[in-house]
Design a protein around this ligand. Structure first.
Ligand code: HEC
Length: 103
């Protein structure tokens, strides 16, 4: 019967479009950082490098909770209009790449 031929294709596309709940999208976090955060941090820090604000020795971020708060602050103060999921992705990316706090 005809359906049988298409079943694997249908099953596969359902699986692939299912949202992955609670797994942060690090690639999305990285591209947001590069598009919305990097340039200003490069300028403000005076290093000409937008990553260095995250690794500066006088960093104000001492824990994952701090990091979330700081990202939230930059997001809302500057009206960057990130969705909460995007904010979570950026936090996850920054933590994995720079801060390395235990969850
Ligand atoms: C218009 C400028 C600007 C933009 C855009 C901006 N920030 Fe910031 N950000 C700052 C400044 C200035 C500081 C330093 C604040 C301080 O020293 O108290 C900072 C500090 C931070 C810190 C703390 C760094 C540390 O370890 O001390 C984090 C984390 C951060 N920003 C995240 C973000 C994220 C994520 C975005 C993009 C979604 C973003 N910021 C966009 C200006 C900006």
């Amino acid at each position: 019967m005809i359906l049988r031929r298409y079943m694997p294709v249908i099953t596969l596309s359902v699986l692939m479009s299912a949202p992955v709940i609670a797994a942060p999208d690090l690639a999305n976090g990285k591209s947001i950082d590069q598009q919305k955060c990097y340039a200003c941090h490069a300028k403000k820090s005076g290093f000409g490098n937008g990553d260095m604000i995250y690794t500066r020795s006088d960093s104000k971020v001492k824990s994952l909770a701090n990091l979330k708060r700081m990202v939230g602050l930059c997001n809302s103060e500057l009206r960057l209009d990130l969705f909460p999921e995007d904010e979570a992705d950026v936090v996850a990316y920054l933590n994995q790449q720079f801060y390395k706090f235990k969850p």
